[in-house]
Design a protein. Structure first.
Ligand code: MTE
Ligand code: MO
Length: 334
């Protein structure tokens, strides 16, 4: 994860959707969802046919249906949302290239439906699941989380999904399950970054959590953002969101979930364990070997409006998660 100097075009003002505009669109969508729910229209009806403007053209019907009934929750922050156009155009998804604009340019062909997730290891209900069978038993909720990359930029994103714990419980973890290991799709035909001879990391991308971290209510599996299905560049159709950890823990396009007894080796730890640890908890007083973590740039920013803010311990979620790490030396377990 190199820090690259970015040009001001990354934050063109024309790309910025105002929060009020987004909110009014959101209300429209809720209204549409309520209408759908009360009249029980067949999915082939003209009204359902109009849905793609709200949910995205490649959204499978089961997901479109669930997205029309998102429940809001208490998980909000008192900060402005990062505009949707920034969230979906300034990305890290090395499978599609290492420049921030590469994922949006190169990921649009990713086939996200049907999508299977292999569940293995220390679970009673191992097997290969259709994504919809994992998601449909639940209710989608919206969670507005701060999102802090190890590269010292941050966003505020309205994710849509379900708590990771609810999904993990479906698999009935055994008493030996002490960690959860996640894997991204490996498909060099669809993911040109995986075919590159100059790939800077090993594929498939692997991430992991301790079981108590994974079971924490804030750990979230996202299938959408801004009320719509996840765009490919943001990790469609299923990605992890762990708001108190650096962004690289939030693995995208998950095809495998394994419950393990031993701590999994993760991609960035393998690439450079001195710079990227397994825990990767956001911590302003533990610097990256090559830069300070004391502050962050809140996107969208520019040369003339850098929008620096102080980074907070556990990204501002210390009240919720600090007890997971009581007694641990956070400089040693970074
Ligand atoms: N498979 C995969 N997952 C990934 C990455 C990646 O390169 N490949 N990048 C990570 C990093 S470094 C960050 S900051 C976030 C970025 O998520 P976003 O593009 O949705 O903001 O995804 C994380 N998940
Ligand atoms: Mo990141």
């Amino acid at each position: 994860m190199l820090i690259k100097s970015r040009s001001r075009k990354d934050v063109r003002s024309s790309e910025i959707t105002s929060e009020s505009l987004w909110l009014s669109r959101r209300q429209l969508m809720r209204a549409g969802g309520a209408a759908l729910a009360s009249t029980v229209l067949p999915l082939s009806s003209p009204l359902a046919g109009a849905a793609p403007t709200l949910t995205g053209a490649n959204t499978p019907p089961w997901l479109a249906q669930m997205l029309s009934q998102i429940s809001a929750t208490d998980h909000k922050v008192d900060e402005a949302l990062t505009p949707e156009d920034i969230v979906t155009s300034y990305n890290n998804f090395y499978e599609f290239g290492t420049d921030k604009t590469d994922p949006r340019a190169n990921a649009q062909g990713l086939k996200v439906s049907p999508w299977n997730v292999l569940v293995t290891g220390e679970v009673r209900k191992a097997g290969e699941y259709h994504l919809e069978d994992l998601i449909k038993p639940h209710h989608l909720e919206e969670r507005v989380y701060r999102f802090r990359c190890v590269e010292a930029w941050s966003m505020v994103v309205p994710w849509v999904g379900i708590p990771l714990a609810s999904v993990l419980r479906q698999f009935e973890p055994t008493a030996n399950a002490r960690y959860v290991r996640f894997e991204t799709l490996y498909d060099p035909v669809q993911m040109p970054g995986q075919a590159s001879l100059f790939a800077s990391i090993d594929y498939p991308y692997v991430e992991g959590l301790r079981i108590d971290e994974a079971m924490h209510d804030l750990a979230f599996l996202a299938v959408g953002l801004y009320g719509k299905a996840l765009p490919p560049q943001n990790g469609a159709p299923l990605r992890l969101v762990v708001p108190w950890k650096y962004g690289f823990k939030s693995i995208k396009s998950i095809v495998k979930i394994e419950l393990t007894e031993k701590q999994p080796r993760t991609t960035w730890e393998k690439a450079n364990s001195r710079e990227y640890g397994f825990y990767a908890n956001v911590n302003p007083s533990v610097d990256h070997p090559r830069w300070s973590q004391a502050r962050e740039r809140r996107l969208p920013n520019s040369l003339f409006s850098p929008r620096y803010t102080d980074t907070r311990l556990f990204n501002g979620y210390a009240d919720e998660v600090a007890q997971l790490y009581s007694g641990m030396n956070l400089s040693r377990f970074y």
